[in-house]
Design a protein around this ligand. Structure first.
Ligand SMILES: Cc1cc2nc3c(=O)[nH]c(=O)nc-3n(C[C@H](O)[C@H](O)[C@H](O)COP(=O)(O)OP(=O)(O)OC[C@H]3O[C@@H](n4cnc5c(N)ncnc54)[C@H](O)[C@@H]3O)c2cc1C
Length: 198
């Protein structure tokens, strides 16, 4: 992405160029568009998440409650469970703070560490853990606030602007709110794009 006097040029991996009057960087945590506005880096929280869904029919066999949050604050362990897809599936998210963080390495917050960290928890938590998928590890990042998410004809939304940690599960919701507000401003100010972005 490049700024020009009267707009922006986006170049893809095939070296094709796309010209526009403005650009909205909705390109997530590691946003390339943000690099044109700030030189900051994502900040690792040292928390990691694992997730997994199971058929809702499994739940009645396991436990009677449908939605729960176990916040084990002292040891920084969390298990969140809720029904998704019209109640057909049950989603589970396990989050914990690693004790094994290594900068420049992915060898921390592993499934093995998850097992160790949750050892001795209540049997319902242990049961939840047995359904969690181990293949995908989600290290959790955010960023330090910056003064402005807009520069000239460029602006950011969602995680590109303000990635959020997992508490209250707001990242996706905030990205939607950003786009809704931006749409309202673009309708209000029309061609005055900089005014919409400011
Ligand atoms: C484990 C986990 C659980 C979460 N749970 C919740 C939850 O329950 N509720 C909630 O509201 N939020 C949740 N979030 C946060 C939520 O996923 C994000 O906040 C949200 O996806 C941000 O949306 P976004 O559109 O800004 O960015 P993204 O969803 O990251 O989308 C960015 C898009 O840009 C694309 N992209 C990036 N660079 C380029 C490029 N150079 N060229 C072309 N495309 C590019 C990416 O491929 C991606 O499709 C969770 C996050 C994680 C990691």
């Amino acid at each position: 992405m490049e700024e020009t006097a009267d707009g922006v040029i986006a170049t893809n991996s095939r070296n094709e160029h796309f010209f526009g009057k403005a650009a909205i960087g909705a390109d997530g945590l590691r946003s390339n568009v943000r690099k044109l506005i700030s030189h900051d880096q994502p900040v690792c929280s040292k928390y990691v998440a694992y997730r997994g869904t199971i058929p809702i029919t499994e739940i009645s066999r396991i436990q009677s409650w449908m939605t729960s949050l176990c916040g084990l604050a002292r040891t920084c362990l969390h298990v969140v469970q809720y029904p998704v897809r019209r109640g057909e599936l049950y989603n589970q998210v396990v989050v914990f703070e690693t004790y094994e963080y290594k900068e420049d390495s992915d060898d921390w917050g592993t499934p093995e560490e998850m097992e160790r960290r949750f050892q001795g928890c209540h049997p319902l938590v242990q049961q939840a853990l047995s359904f969690i998928q181990r293949q995908i590890r989600w290290p959790m990042y955010d960023r330090r606030p910056i003064d402005n998410w807009t520069k000239g004809n460029l602006t950011l939304l969602g995680d590109a602007a303000h990635p959020m940690l997992q508490y209250i599960a707001q990242g996706g919701c905030q990205a939607l709110e950003d786009s809704s507000y931006l749409t309202a401003m673009l309708k209000k100010y029309g061609e005055k794009l900089r005014k919409s972005f400011s």
